[in-house]
Design a protein around this ligand. Structure first.
Ligand code: AMP
Ligand code: MG
Length: 320
């Protein structure tokens, strides 16, 4: 799977933060403290880096990731900002609140970070080390919790080391995380909707907005197009594991055997590159008006598992 790398242990002093920012600029992965839990950070604009986050965690699915930014102004570069977001940001940022907003068309974020959605989750963390790292790095950081998939979220550098040593470039040690719970996620596509309870109590949000929140289980909000990863599907029909192309099909290739494909996820057969290209290529083929997208066989190991998970969802009947 992922080749073993030397994991550097950095203390959260100016030298450590400078070294961490340099690694991030080079596209490497760095775990860092936030007030909620340790995040596994990578440049949210570099598709291969975002793919490497999923690989390091061993995540079998591409869930959209939260994009961490240093301040409101930076959040506005990536989102279609609105008044409700403004009110909540004034009240609760920096802090353990994530806002899901419409993605700006010119955001420059990797499509893997949003799992191909037209919305994006953003947060301004309060932890001084996270703040210093974001400013030194100077870009948006995708940062899910810094633990292998299926394990408990890390609230200390030692927890991160335990799970991810050998899989990431560095761990920035900023001590124990004060909140110790993931951020509260609020959807602001339509009526404010609680997507995940977390470190900021929902009552505080309701008080700030002077209105009750919809919850994840209130059907109406959840069926808004693009709000959940599972709702992304191309307009075209999909045929997976296609070893040859039938008349009327457009081939999405993988590997060197697919020389004639309309697009190739990775001509060299590299799963990290394929993951980075997946959503872009599906969108591009859909935009050509293809009626059937045939997808070449993808190996079912490493990132191939998450790629296949997403392709199976995209190929599933369109009732939701
Ligand atoms: P984490 O693993 O802590 O980074 O949290 C990521 C979670 O944020 C995902 O599993 C989703 O539940 C939620 N999320 C991120 N982006 C979006 C989005 N665009 N729309 C809806 N939920 C999102
Ligand atoms: Mg997690």
């Amino acid at each position: 799977m992922t080749a073993s790398v030397d994991t550097r242990y950095l203390s959260a002093d100016p030298d450590g933060i400078t070294a961490a920012a340099e690694l991030l600029r080079a596209g490497a992965l760095v775990a860092f403290p936030t007030e909620t839990v340790y995040g596994l950070g990578g440049d949210a604009r570099q598709g291969q880096t975002v793919a490497a986050i999923y690989a390091a965690k061993g995540r079998p699915q591409f869930n959209p990731l939260i994009v961490h930014v240093p301040d409101v102004q930076t959040a506005q570069i990536y989102t279609q900002w609105n008044d409700t977001a403004d009110r909540l940001a004034s009240a609760f940022w920096p802090g353990p609140l994530t806002l899901v907003l419409p993605l700006r068309a010119d955001s420059g974020l990797s499509s893997l970070v949003t799992a191909g959605l037209d919305s994006v989750a953003v947060r301004v963390p309060a932890h001084p080390v996270a703040q210093a790292l974001l400013r030194a790095f100077g870009g948006p950081l995708a940062a899910p919790s810094a633990n292998p998939s299926g394990r408990i979220s890390p609230t200390q550098a030692a927890h991160v080391a335990d799970g991810l040593t050998g899989r990431i470039a560095a761990i920035l040690d900023g001590g124990a995380c004060p909140v110790g719970l993931e951020s509260t996620i609020l959807g602001l596509i339509g009526a404010p909707t609680l997507l995940r309870p977390g470190g900021l109590p929902s009552e505080a949000i309701e008080t700030a907005l002077a209105q009750p929140l919809l919850s994840h289980s209130d059907g109406a909000a959840i069926s808004a197009p693009g709000q959940l990863a599972s709702h992304y599907a191309p307009k075209a029909a999909m045929r997976l594991n296609a070893s040859s192309v039938q008349p009327g099909e457009t081939l999405l290739g993988f590997g060197p055997e697919c020389a004639g494909a309309a697009l190739n996820l990775s001509p060299s057969g590299d799963l990290t590159e394929a993951a980075a290209n997946l959503f872009d290529h599906l969108h591009q083929l859909d935009a050509t008006g293809a009626s059937i997208i045939a997808v070449a066989p993808i190996p079912a190991h490493g990132l191939g598992i998450a790629i296949l998970d997403r392709l199976h969802r995209a190929a599933a009947p369109r009732d939701s």
